[in-house]
Design a protein around this ligand. Structure first.
Ligand SMILES: [Zn+2]
Length: 518
């Protein structure tokens, strides 16, 4: 069985900041590394979402063409993933095959009449004679009354379509008047999938994080809106369907084929043929997992899901969606336009990346907004990671003696510890915060027990060495550099360690790399 992990392709209107990293990208990486360590098949993939109108608005502010901005940002994002240790198996390019994959997904739905024609009214700028959708329009969310862009409200997660945004204003030309103007477009009538969506979500109660389930309940309490498949704007993939001349595809309708293309890119990188890779989402044995920001839950959890359902069982449906909330920087929202942010690459330049990953795990916004603070990073990594690690380094020193015996009691303690840590990795109870916390608890416990042994004149026993070895394997998806030299070879799952009856003492690597000798 292969687990297909998707972190949403970021909009290439800039590099990834720490808020992005603390959201889906680190979580997906840690989960993927855990599965790889257990010897399971996994393909973790992402790409870029070039069709978003946000590319157009950001490019205008930077005085770049949208194409140039996309190309630069896609390179930056890929570099940043590498620098932060987010090891994706595939990063899909936005190329001709991408566009072909999108059309191969949508055209059967068009031909089978799954889309319908609607004449709808959109906000319109009469000065520039342009329709305003998505990132091109701002206003007030009709559900929660927060400031919102078109299509979706980041604050409450509810969609808004057509003229639903209150007091619409052009983002790029805020002084221009905005009026309503009709256009005939293709829509995807979500209400047709109500029964399937309700049955699907009845199975997820208690399995997924509560906020996304709350949103879905709120959405299902009213008729589901029509989802616009095409938009009468110019940025995006041109719609090839007769009657939509001059329109483009809504960027959000690309989500599923884009993700399939991401998985396919990962599959091909892993040695699958293009045909095998393209069919990964058609394998009923495959397990599909998304990590994403809560603000995207409506698309991934409703629209995209219904689009998969519209294909009548051809594709696998997501097993678990793991959403995260917003991360704040010093108690204010990350903001690219105000420059209130830390780029992810800068953080890993300033702080050893194991420490950065540990702090982000400890504080990431799993259920509600949480905060990144530079002073808290210093304090928490010192107290909860560096100090206990240094304590272990003092006690656990290989003295050249051979393997030490591990007793059944030592194996038992390692198993109990492993069970608690594995619960942090299991998707239904997935928590990077608990993972970081539990790691610290056991680093401190092993330090304490080694301290007590020393006080009685003993070096750490085989039982303690065994537990330390198991703990470091369970820490390895998060602390990637410090543990790299200790891991079993790729072919052997770490769980094989649990049964070992002897252990050879090893040198515990430093958490902070030693400065290179001049
Ligand atoms: Zn709202």
């Amino acid at each position: 069985m292969t687990t297909l992990i998707i972190a949403p392709p970021p909009t290439p209107n800039g590099d990834l900041h720490v808020g992005h990293l603390a959201g889906p990208y680190l979580a997906g990486d840690v989960y993927a590394r855990m599965l790889r360590g257990e010897g399971q098949g996994v393909l973790y993939a992402t790409g870029t979402d070039d069709s978003q109108t946000y590319v157009v608005t950001s490019a205008a502010k930077l005085n770049l063409t949208p194409e140039a901005l996309c190309a630069q940002a896609a390179r930056d994002i890929q570099d940043t993933l590498k620098l932060t240790g987010v090891q994706v198996d595939g990063f899909a390019p936005f190329d001709e095959r991408y566009r072909a994959t999108v059309l191969a997904f949508l055209t059967p739905l068009f031909e089978q009449g799954r889309f319908e024609w609607r004449t709808v009214t959109f906000p319109y700028d009469p000065v520039r004679q342009e329709f305003l959708v998505e990132g091109l329009v701002g206003g007030t969310c009709p559900v929660c009354l927060s400031g919102s862009r078109g299509g979706l409200c980041e604050a409450c997660g509810h969609p808004n379509n057509f003229m639903e945004l209150l007091d619409p204003v052009s983002t790029l030309h805020p002084r221009h008047p905005v009026e309503g103007r009709e256009a005939r477009i293709l829509v995807f009538p979500l209400e047709r999938y109500r029964a399937q969506l309700e049955a699907y979500y009845a199975r997820q109660e208690g399995r997924w994080r509560p906020h996304i389930l709350q949103l879905v309940r709120e959405l299902l309490a009213a008729p589901l809106p029509d989802f616009p498949v095409t938009y009468p704007v110019t940025w995006g993939i041109p719609s090839p369907y007769p009657g939509t001349e001059g329109q483009v595809l809504n960027a959000w309708v690309e989500g599923m084929p884009a993700s399939m293309y991401c998985s396919a890119t990962a599959g091909e990188a892993g040695g699958l043929s293009p045909e095998q890779a393209a069919a990964l989402w058609e394998d009923p044995q495959a397990r599909l997992v998304y990590f994403l920001g809560f603000d995207n839950s409506y698309f991934w959890g409703v629209v995209h899901l219904a689009l998969l359902m519209a294909h009548g069982g051809r594709f696998v449906l997501p097993d678990v969606i793991v959403p995260n909330e917003f991360y704040e920087l010093e108690h204010e929202k990350f903001s690219t336009s105000r420059g209130h942010l830390i780029w992810a690459r800068d953080l890993t330049r300033d702080v050893p990346r194991d420490l950065a990953r540990y702090y982000l795990a400890l504080t990431c916004p799993e259920h509600h907004r949480t905060n990144f603070s530079r002073s808290a990073l210093e304090k928490l990594t010192r107290e909860r990671l560096l100090d206990p690690w240094a304590g272990l380094q003092r006690h656990f020193v290989p003295d050249g003696t051979g393997p030490l015996p591990v007793t059944p009691a030592g194996q038992d303690a390692a198993r109990r510890m492993a069970e608690r840590l594995r619960a942090c990795y299991a998707l239904e109870t997935f928590s990077l915060t608990r993972l970081a916390d539990t790691l610290t608890q056991h680093l401190q416990r092993l330090h304490r027990e080694a301290d007590e042994a020393r006080a009685q004149g003993h070096a750490p026993s085989g039982d303690l060495w065994h537990q330390l070895r198991v703990l470091l394997h369970l820490a390895s998806p998060l602390l990637i550099d410090a543990t790299a030299s200790l891991l079993l070879d790729q072919q052997q799952p770490w769980t094989a360690l649990l049964d070992e009856s002897s252990v050879t003492p090893f040198a515990l690597p430093p958490l902070v790399p030693e400065p290179a000798l001049a």
